[in-house]
Design a protein around this ligand. Sequence first.
Ligand code: MTE
Length: 325
Amino acid sequence: MLIRRPPSYALKENEVTSPSAYLHRREVLAAFIAAGGILALPNVAQARRAAQHDYAPLTAAKTGYTVKDPLTPWDALTSYNNFYEFGTGKDDPAKKAHKLITKPWTVTVEGEAEKTGTYALEDLIDYNALEERIYRHRCVEAWSMVIPWIGVPLAGVLKKFEPNSRAKYVQFFTKYSRKEMPGTFWPVLKWPYREGLRMDEALNPLAFLVVGVYGRVLPNQNGAPLRLVVPWKYGYKSIKSIERIRFTQTMPETSWNQSNAREYGFYSNVNPLVEHPRWSQASERVIGPQTGFAGALARRDTEMFNGYGDAVASLYAGMDLRKNH
Ligand code: MTE
């Protein structure tokens, strides 16, 4: 049985790392608006809804996982989202994700493992062992962010379930509620949203289960209360609001692959050499005020495996990455 520990968000504000180490919200918002309509920021009221201080602080250890580029401001990462369960517009999640009920939250574990069953979130995540990792976040739509996530390595959590020798893949499912998720009225994707990894990918130390961002509990639009982050893959692999985990023998279904297999493969590794059928993946638009003024778009060249090749390239040795895109 897993051990229940009190979540650290029960700590008082003065016991945790001050979020003032990060960019000040109002300055960030002003800078973001000054960036000149590069992103369709819905309006100040909506940005205020995602005000940083509205979210409980989390204590997390700093780690060596970082990048040299500036962080994407809080206001950008909480108002420019993909979470199709709330609509396909970038501002839909910020407007509608407050409808998602995230407490209490359970995760059901099934398939090829010894310890299957339904677990309370607090039994799965050791809130006393949270880490902060600053990762690059590259969307398949050729934009990118740099995000200070808070969470725990995925491998540690998966191992608690004791996957058996037939477990070659792991599949994740998002919560599915027609009532709480107005976007699921439309059959734009197969609901519930589902994603998957090969077991060796899932056990790679970079794969991260996230419960917070910027020193705070995760906002709903970013996938509260529990999401995956797989930084060497396109953002759609980083499934939000996970409610079910299934260990499988065969390659599992994934929502984007089911919707368009030609455009979205199972692996989905960031690869500047393999173009999306409708656009190039060679470079990316950097989201945030650093995009400059008067609509000038900051771009950067996309790196193989999103810059994480040293840690993950060996997982794909001998594979044709164009075929296995
Ligand atoms: N998870 C669910 N359940 N539904 C979604 O629509 N969108 C994905 C991914 N996870 C998505 C999801 C895509 S396309 C991206 S780019 C990232 O979430 C966006 O994460 P962010 O909004 O925190 O930047």
